[in-house]
Ligand binder design. Structure first.
Ligand SMILES: Cc1ncc(COP(=O)(O)O)c(C=O)c1O
Length: 398
């Protein structure tokens, strides 16, 4: 069969070579010090595991409503009320003008549905540069143009940087805070300015908050520190009326270490959520059933110990790197995105190759960016591994 003739231009437009190269290299290394991993290193908390196991054993293994099981929908709705003051009723039961929620197949599922529901060929979506690897490809899959917003040396996506990029074809601006790969957390003022800009221009603001629980105290909302009933992350979704014009996307995978369960949720303008639910009905159908029961337990699980541990690792990484190079202090998530010292005169891929020679796996910044002068270090790993990895990286930088 002539597959070359059959494969779509859409599929061809996706180039996964950068990240694949790292996976291939990693597979060849024997017992590497792996600082490339984008998921937590702690186990899923027991009550969440038990609830998923119970669901399987009590035969909750079939399709669920597309919007998600009612008990999880209700918990997400309650959480959005507590955390953001939103009145988010499940899709279908919401009165016109009210926001609604949709349980999705991972945060990626929510992003895919949102892009499919919003973007026509030729439309534009403004995404940060550096970006989470999937963003440009999700734009391409929708036939749209991903317009990169250069976030400068401080790696911050500000209204000032976004405004000149907005055109007649712009449908959405995507904010990711805390960010992957930079760990940058937007300030409340930056969130406000971006939302005001989007409102003024009539474009949707999507807030990808998959790392919201991993927001460290200096960058968190004052009132949230020590109060487990409020998430720590500054967000445009907290601003008055935001439920009408912010699409909020959050996930369970990173917070509770269950990335393979594929669960997230979207909440926001009711008309948009209804379109996303319609597309989910004919694509993903529903999020995994038993795991929806599992994560229903998560709202009563306190993760502050894990967040504190990650904060200590963040401090360690910054303390080691700051004397050698420019490393914006990560306010959240579990990544640092330092610069490769200019005096070395090497590209990011060359620097990564040198690390690999020392059995240390990190990711070149160009996998996430049009720039080639940074690397991503994940500190979601045991302290002993982190120490050995940083010994090698610092020696190379020094
Ligand atoms: C910023 C960001 N958004 C979305 C995702 C996708 O997450 P999920 O595994 O829930 O699909 C990731 C995963 O790394 C991410 O870093």
């Amino acid at each position: 069969m002539d597959m070359d003739r059959l494969i779509s231009d859409r599929a061809r437009a996706i180039d996964a070579s950068g990240i694949r190269r790292i996976f291939d290299l990693g597979a060849r290394l024997k017992d590497p010090i792996n600082l490339s991993i984008g998921q937590p290193d702690f186990p899923v908390p027991e009550p969440i595991k038990r609830a998923a196991i119970r669901a399987i054993e009590t035969d909750h293994n079939g399709y669920t409503p597309t919007q998600g099981i009612p008990s999880l929908q209700a918990k997400v709705t309650d959480w959005l009320k507590t955390d953001l003051g939103w009145d988010a009723k499940p899709a279908g039961s919401a009165a016109p003008g009210q926001p609604s929620t949709l349980i999705t197949t991972g945060t990626s599922g929510a992003l895919s549905l949102a892009f499919a529901a919003l973007l026509d060929p030729g439309d534009e979506a403004i995404i940060p540069d550096p970006y989470f690897v999937a963003y440009p490809h999700l734009c391409a899959l929708a036939g749209a143009k991903g317009v990169l917003c250069d976030t400068g040396e401080d790696l911050r996506m500000t209204a000032e940087r976004v405004e000149p990029l907005i055109t007649q074809r712009t449908k959405l601006v995507l904010l990711n805070s805390p960010s992957n790969p930079c760990g940058v957390v937007s300030t409340p003022q930056e969130c406000r300015d971006l939302l005001e800009l989007c409102r003024a221009k009539g474009v949707l603001l999507i807030s990808d908050e998959i790392y919201d629980e991993f927001t460290y105290p200096e960058f968190a909302l004052d009132k949230a520190v020590g109060d487990p009933s409020i998430s720590r992350c500054p967000s445009p979704a907290r601003l008055p009326g935001a439920q009408e014009d912010v699409l909020l996307i959050r996930g369970f995978g990173k917070t509770y270490a269950c990335t393979g369960w594929r669960l997230g949720y979207a909440a926001g303008p009711r008309e948009l959520i209804a379109e996303m639910a319609k597309i989910q009905q004919y694509t993903f159908v529903c999020a995994p059933s038993a795991f929806q029961h599992g994560v229903s337990e998560c709202f009563s699980v306190d993760m502050s110990d894990q967040v504190r541990q990650y904060q200590r690792r963040r401090d360690y990484v910054v303390d080691r790197l700051a004397p050698l190079t420019d490393v914006p202090t990560p306010g959240g998530a579990f990544y640092a995105f330092p610069k490769i010292p200019a005096k070395l005169r090497v590209s990011d891929t060359e620097f990564v190759d040198r690390c690999i020679e020392r059995n240390v796996l990190i990711i070149p910044g160009s996998v996430f960016s049009s720039r080639t002068d940074r690397i991503r270090i994940s500190y979601a790993t045991k302290m002993e591994q982190l120490e050995r990895g940083l010994d090698a990286i610092c020696e190379l930088m020094g």
